[in-house]
Design a protein around this ligand. Structure first.
Ligand code: ADE
Length: 419
């Protein structure tokens, strides 16, 4: 039996069915897998992956393996693992997985160590916990590494800080920054799955509610537009003037959190920053306010401060904790302040992860071909890869686009045509 720390292998058959379901909606990755099986671009390459252990991630793992890679997988968040998928990967797809939904921090890091124990040549991160561990206690494994990839905005920010501080020990491809990733996954994926997580946890009605969305990056835009689509009034909080202005022009009300705290029925943080909702905000909130986070780390809502202010706290439903403040005002926190779309729902739908993980697979192939010539820097996904994924996705949707005529090409490349 493959080495693993999955919770319950008896869930494997159910997990396999769900992986197959996801696969139907991942035509781009399926095509890449077919090519990988023929060409073996990852033959013998050890890939250490720290990603959310979901059905879509399972399809990525089978793609890398089809290309000849040896992979090991751990979770990139203690609450995002789908235990049936972990079991299926181990039992049905012969893939070492070290992940259990609800694992504590010590076990989470033990699982990262277990993945690093294969001495990966390529690392695949979502949030940069694998790579930062590798740059800390596990530095002896650095020399064998060709390069790494990073899935999410938060991870890319950490990696750019490592690059800036001169400590990054190998090249990274910022998958997040590909257009076929952040314009779709961050916006439509986070938009839909965040609402999905909130609804599964609470069954609350969004129509007529005031929803405060903190952060108007791609993820915030997605959440705001989906919430508005379901009849909520949306308030945006921002620290960036340009983004705030864009939100205003989109027709949202923009307020500082000190005022938004007083009007919101439901709060969603998607800033990637710490303590966005904090001590001074909780006492201003309405009785029954619901707080959720969809940013990568559980730092956006200051739960320690909320706990300290509260008279009591108790679980009232799965993924819903009630905090009672003096004066009997109740505040509900979803999914321990961890990303609600993966804690209480299934994360982004497969059709959008198709493009994100196509970027992962093709970036791994690119690293094997070119990684040894790259510097210890954070690179974007090569533009040809990004365009090829868009092309494949459109083709899978049976959508044709026009081609420029020779005349149009000449026009666009000339500077002599004017008024
Ligand atoms: N991040 C967000 N949604 C995800 C999913 N379904 N699988 C893997 N990573 C994700």
């Amino acid at each position: 039996m493959t080495d693993h720390d999955a919770k319950d292998l008896s869930l494997a058959a159910a997990g396999r069915l769900r992986v197959e379901w996801a696969e139907h909606s991942m035509p781009v990755l399926r095509q890449i897998r077919e090519r990988f099986a023929k060409e073996q671009p990852l033959a013998g390459i050890r890939v250490g992956a720290c990603l959310h252990v979901t059905t879509e991630t399972a399809v990525l793992m089978t793609t890398l393996k089809a290309g000849g890679a040896r992979v090991a997988l751990c979770a990139s968040n203690p609450l995002s693992t789908q235990d049936d998928v972990a079991a299926a990967l181990v039992k049905e797809f012969d893939t070492p997985v070290f992940a259990q939904k609800g694992e504590d921090t010590a076990r989470y890091y033990r699982h990262i160590q277990a993945v690093l124990a294969i001495n990966p040549q390529i690392t695949m991160d979502d949030g940069a916990d694998l790579i930062t561990t590798l740059h800390g206690a596990e530095r002896q494994r650095l020399p064998g590494i060709i390069g790494g990839t990073e899935e999410t905005t938060t991870g890319v920010i950490r990696l750019r800080a490592m690059e800036r501080d001169g400590v990054l020990a190998y090249p990274i491809i910022a998958v997040n920054d590909a257009d076929t990733k952040h314009l779709f996954d961050n916006r439509y994926g986070t938009g839909q799955s965040t609402i999905d997580g909130i609804l599964r946890a609470t069954n609350t009605l969004l129509a007529g509610k005031i929803i405060v969305v903190s952060g108007y990056g791609m993820c915030g835009r997605g959440v705001a537009s989906r919430a508005r689509g379901m009849g909520a009034q949306v308030v945006i909080t921002e620290v960036d003037a340009l983004r705030a202005l864009e939100a205003v022009m989109e027709g949202y009300q923009v307020l500082p959190m000190s005022r938004a705290a007083e009007v919101g029925d439901l709060f969603v943080t998607v800033t990637g920053n710490t303590s966005v909702i904090r001590k001074e905000h909780f006492p201003r909130m309405k009785d029954g306010a619901i707080l959720a986070n969809s940013g990568h780390f559980n730092v956006e809502i200051d739960l320690e401060a909320l706990g300290a202010l509260s008279r009591s706290r108790r679980a009232v439903r799965p993924f819903v904790e009630e905090f009672v403040l003096p004066g009997d005002r109740r505040i509900y926190v979803l999914g321990e302040g961890r990303l609600i779309n993966l804690a209480a729902a299934e994360g982004h739908p497969a059709a959008v992860m198709d493009m994100s993980f196509a970027n992962q697979a093709l970036s791994a192939e690119h690293l094997v071909k070119q990684g040894r010539a790259l510097e210890k820097r954070v690179y974007g996904v090569p533009r040809e890869i990004d365009r090829e994924i868009a092309r494949l996705k459109l083709a899978s949707m049976d959508i044709q686009v026009d081609e420029m005529t020779p005349d149009q090409e000449t026009y666009l490349s000339s500077w002599t045509h004017g008024t």
